[in-house]
Design a protein around this ligand. Structure first.
Ligand code: PLP
Length: 375
């Protein structure tokens, strides 16, 4: 079976280091708040060039903590993309805020600035751009919308650790460090994944960093002195130890993912019915997912054909968020929404990870070409 993400293959060459790091953490016996946690936070902050990195229990908590830190109040509106993983909208709604769904750009699958402009209101507290599939959003455009309005930009960078935003003057900055707060996830299949759940928040503001740290620890900055109503959300020591081993390999894996995407592009480029991923000039794509668009009538048949040939594929995402049962009653959305409604029927993500072999890619492409009777 060719899997979407094969961690045996990706992490194989560092398996001994990981095993040793886990054993050392177990020996240390400080399963919560062990030394590895603080060290990893410092190393990750250094990697993305953020002043502060606060680890937490998972990527969804990271977004929740960010919204709590900026003081989201019941009734506040937060603009989120309608075509995405649910976490950002969920965090908003759980805190009593109102998710306001914007449409996406059909080429990048990222939040569309024009749609954001249509739904901005006096009640907009924040915008959560999601850097989807590994590709940064148009942060310049979003910063322009947010400027002088008091609207906070909170980046959902769960899928794009290591990606860079490119600004009009040519300068670059890591995705997740451009907005006021950035959030990421260490879910095992992410660009930097641990062996369980984990997440982190980035910010350059000391004040916000201290508040987020307290919020993640029952709202206390001093033991048993509760400044805020907080969460219990932490990265455990064993996960931090695993992540410390994996972090130095992230750039290599990203290089490999980008090369694999270029391979797919080369081998599929003459199939006219298939839409290849589009790389936008506003960022450097790290290919958390390699996502095609195929004709709606073919999509599920192609998926089945791939599976019959031992190849996994996935549909990210099969339905827009504003029509989902839990959200349709509590949200509002851009009434001109077009792409977020249409694309769920035609997207198809192929296996990609930081070590996928050329041979596996050839088998996958061969199966797709035979499906379309191109050899
Ligand atoms: C994975 C993911 C999250 C949530 O991360 P968890 O660690 O699973 O809570 C949030 N947003 C996006 C876009 C994701 O892909």
């Amino acid at each position: 079976m060719i899997k979407m993400v094969d961690l045996h293959k990706q992490d194989g060459c560092i398996r001994n280091d990981i095993d040793k790091a886990i054993a050392d953490a177990v020996d240390e016996c400080a399963f919560i708040k062990g030394t590895e946690v603080g060290t990893f936070e410092a190393e990750l902050a250094h990697y993305v060039n953020a002043k502060y990195c606060i680890s937490c229990g998972n990527g969804t908590d990271a977004i929740t903590l960010a919204l709590m830190a900026v003081g989201l109040r019941p009734g506040d509106e937060v603009i989120v993309p309608a075509f995405s993983f649910v976490a950002a909208a969920e965090a908003v709604a759980l805190l009593g805020g109102k998710p306001v769904f914007a449409d996406i750009d059909p080429r990048t699958f990222n939040i569309d600035c024009e749609s954001v402009e249509r739904v901005v209101s006096k009640r907009t507290k924040a915008i959560i751009p999601v850097h989807l599939f590994g590709q940064p959003c148009n942060m310049t455009g979003l910063m322009k919308i947010a400027s002088n309005t008091g609207i906070v930009l909170i980046e959902d960078n769960a899928q794009s650790l290591g990606a860079k935003c490119i600004f009009p003057d040519g300068s670059k900055q890591f995705a997740g460090t451009v907005g006021t707060i950035g959030c990421t996830s260490f879910f095992p299949s992410k660009i930097l994944g641990c062996y369980g759940d984990g997440g982190a928040v980035f910010t350059d503001s000391r004040e916000l960093a201290e508040k987020i740290k307290a919020l993640a620890s029952h709202g206390q900055s001093i033991k048993y002195r509760h400044e805020y109503i907080g969460l219990n959300s932490r990265l455990d020591t064993v996960q931090a130890a695993v992540l410390r081993v994996k972090l130095p390999h992230v750039d290599k894996w990203i290089f490999h993912r980008r090369r694999a995407a270029a391979n797919y592009n080369d081998m599929l480029s003459d199939l006219e019915m298939i839409g290849l991923p589009h790389e936008d000039s506003v960022g450097i794509h790290v290919y958390h997912q390699y996502t095609l668009t195929v004709p709606e009538d073919d999509r599920d048949k192609l998926r089945r054909r791939l599976l019959e040939n031992g190849i996994e594929s996935m549909v990210y995402y099969s339905e827009a968020l504003h029509t989902q049962p839990a959200y349709s009653g509590v949200c509002s959305y851009d009434k001109e929404m077009l792409n977020a409604v249409r694309l769920p029927a035609s997207v198809l993500s192929l296996p990609i990870y930081g070590n996928i072999s050329d041979i596996d890619q050839e088998v996958i492409v061969d199966t797709i070409r035979k499906f379309y009777k191109h050899n």
